[in-house]
Design a protein around this ligand. Structure first.
Ligand SMILES: *Cc1c(COP(=O)(O)O)cnc(C)c1O
Length: 380
């Protein structure tokens, strides 16, 4: 009997999503406008509880693009970005004709290293250019070193664009991720902790910026009876149908976080006495991780028979269980290899040893048993 696939992270509906979609049909707001959008934005604003303004968009990639525009990034400007991340964190820098400068991770949070960050800023300034923005990431839902990074950014007066795509529900000292940037973004792609099938949001500190985003995201139409444009616009709004899914998903967000964290606990106990395999866990008691994905580091010098991350990935694939190596650092990508990089080999080593494991909130006891058996077969 062939067993069904266990996914890394698949959509998990809460049950009320269709009611909001029905509402959109009943009122005929099958458009990038309607009450699902304003209510979804309101739900997110309430959840963040920092008097910030949320604008729903078509994706986090679009949100980062508009965020960089609001931060006035122009062709040939320099933008600093964490290297160990998904390409969507960095691609909007190139959309704008700006130059990405990549920075290494530190080993505790796997995110931006404050020392390498300062080195990158000083070296860029010494070459006659001050970076326009710093793109920070909370990888796999683990908060970066919030205070250290903010201190460096403030010292050089460079704004932070916080890529919180993976970290909805994570936090630091009781404050939610998505509120630490000068501008922040979330993703609601199908594989994220909640989904709108595809979508994103941008978080700003004032209403004027929200209005500017809404203007740019809806083709930058000037006030006129005809269509008139004095600025370059984009078609980046979220659909009222997708926002309906989002409203339903917001009702189960906290439950999803609890379940993702339970998956993390499951792996911690599974690998407790297994030499050479460590589960990525926040060391900082002030940090709260949603553990969007649980990842392990595999050290072949210590594992049984020198098993490495690729042996594990293939063995699990054989049991129809999806795993994925960590994000390949941007400075090692063919597309980005000629741009500056500051740091050592932290991100590179994490990439070589790291593997993300099935982490969805919809995994069952049966799924966990299959995962456990696959590892036992391999390691004992
Ligand atoms: C998923 C993701 C994005 C992109 O989100 P989309 O909504 O798919 O555009 C950006 N950055 C990070 C770190 C992500 O994980």
């Amino acid at each position: 009997m062939s067993k069904s696939k266990i996914w890394l992270s698949s959509p998990h509906m809460g049950g009320t999503e269709l009611e909001y979609i029905q509402e959109a049909f009943d009122t005929n707001w099958i458009a990038p406008e309607g009450t699902n959008i304003s209510e979804f934005e309101q739900d997110l604003e309430n959840y963040l509880s920092q008097n910030l303004f949320v604008t729903a968009l078509s994706s986090a990639t679009a949100a980062i693009h508009l965020g960089l525009i609001l931060l006035n990034v122009k062709p040939n400007d320099v933008v600093i970005c964490q290297s160990l991340t998904f390409s969507a964190s960095a691609n909007p820098i190139l959309y704008l004709g700006a130059t990405p400068v990549f920075v290494d991770s530190e080993p505790e949070t796997w995110n931006l290293c404050p020392i390498a960050l300062e080195e990158a800023i000083l070296d860029t300034i010494s070459k006659g250019q001050k970076p326009k923005a710093i793109i920070t990431v909370h990888l796999y839902g683990v908060p970066y070193k919030i205070e250290e990074i903010r201190a460096v950014a403030n010292k050089y007066k460079i704004p932070i664009l916080e890529d919180s795509a993976e970290a909805l529900g994570s936090g630091y000292k009781g404050q939610k991720c998505g509120t630490f940037g000068d501008i922040s973004v979330f993703s609601f792609n199908g594989n994220k902790i909640i989904t709108t099938s595809g979508g994103g949001a941008i978080i700003t500190s004032n209403y004027q910026l929200k209005q500017k985003i809404q203007f740019l995201a809806s083709q930058a139409k000037d006030k006129a009876p005809h269509y008139q444009h004095s600025e370059l616009g984009y078609n980046y709004q979220m659909s009222n149908i997708c926002a309906g899914i989002g409203r339903g998903q917001m009702k189960v967000l906290d439950k999803h976080i609890t379940l993702r964290r339970a998956m993390h606990d499951f792996y911690v106990s599974l690998f407790e006495n297994i030499p050479g395999i460590t589960v990525f866990t926040t060391a900082d008691p002030d940090s709260f991780a949603n553990y969007w994905l649980t990842s392990i580091l595999v050290n072949p010098n210590e594992t049984k028979n020198g098993i490495n991350r690729e042996t594990i990935r293939l063995a699990l694939l054989d049991s129809n269980i999806e795993c994925r190596p960590l994000w390949k650092p941007m400075h090692l990508q063919p597309l980005y290899k000629n741009y500056p990089f500051y740091g050592t080999k932290i991100a590179e080593t994490l990439f070589e040893k790291g593997l993300s494991l099935p982490s969805g909130s919809n995994l069952t006891d049966l799924d966990r048993d299959r995962i456990k058996m696959a590892f036992i077969k391999l390691l004992e």
